[in-house]
Unconditional design. Structure first.
Ligand SMILES: C[S@@+](CC[C@H](N)C(=O)[O-])C[C@H]1O[C@@H](n2cnc3c(N)ncnc32)[C@H](O)[C@@H]1O
Length: 214
């Protein structure tokens, strides 16, 4: 599912229709992405660290499973992907902004200059934008990143090293500017073997509550 850009879509298109509809739970079972539709336990575990009511960016959102999770927690969300077809059911909500953008086009990021209470990225890697993400986390805000790591190529896609994190890479990238709350890199076998790396980090020095994984 992680692909290099095949086409340049030109200017970013922001969708700000207001049509009502307030379902806060996932309302779809399948989509073009055919990926998981329930949020990652890593994301749900650390989502409570996002300052209440603050805007959350779900980057390369796919079907928006994590944006939907934060909506359910009362956050306004920004859903960004080069293919926004699987979040169209959320278009028009006052608490949803949908941005269609190619993050790998070399253009200015469509969220440049903005800061978010939380940024969530899962199952997507484009290294040039990693340093910019820490800047886009507001003071006191949260970054959650989870994607595949080197070694995954022995089990399944993605196999391209451009799409696989080196051991410690998220720690090195974000540990400089953010307070790392949790980090893991390793092989998980359930529901299928895959190598993943993931981090949860906050901007600010104050200790944050670490609740048991739910
Ligand atoms: C594996 S899916 C992950 C979706 C979602 N984050 C999740 O975990 O459910 C990867 C997503 O990255 C998006 N994507 C890939 N290349 C992109 C690019 N250049 N710009 C923006 N989005 C991109 C795809 O459209 C797809 O929705």
């Amino acid at each position: 599912m992680i692909q290099n850009p095949r086409e340049y879509k030109g200017a970013f298109r922001r969708m700000t229709r207001y049509e009502g509809g307030m379902n806060s739970e996932p309302t779809y079972d399948k989509g073009r992405h055919l990926g998981p539709t329930t949020p990652s336990p890593w994301v749900t575990r650390f989502a409570p660290l996002a300052p209440a009511g603050g805007a959350v960016l779900d980057l390369a959102c796919g079907g928006g499973r994590h944006g939907r999770h934060f909506l359910g927690r009362g956050h306004p969300v920004v859903l960004l992907d080069r293919d926004i077809s699987d979040v169209q059911d959320l278009a028009g909500r006052a608490d949803v902004e949908i941005i269609e953008a190619d993050l790998e086009s070399g253009s200015a990021l469509p969220f440049a200059g903005r800061q978010f209470a939380a940024i969530v990225v899962t199952n997507y890697l484009w290294r040039p934008i990693l340093p910019l993400l820490a800047d886009a986390v507001a003071e006191g805000g949260l970054l959650i990143y989870e994607t595949f790591g080197l070694g995954n190529e022995d089990y399944s896609r993605p196999r391209n090293p451009d799409h696989l994190l080196r051991p410690g890479e998220l720690l090195e990238t974000f540990g400089k500017n953010l307070q790392v709350v949790a980090y893991e890199h390793g092989l998980r076998r359930d529901p299928k073997p895959r190598v993943i790396q993931r981090i949860a980090a906050v901007k600010g020095g104050a200790p944050v509550p670490i609740e048991p994984e739910s």
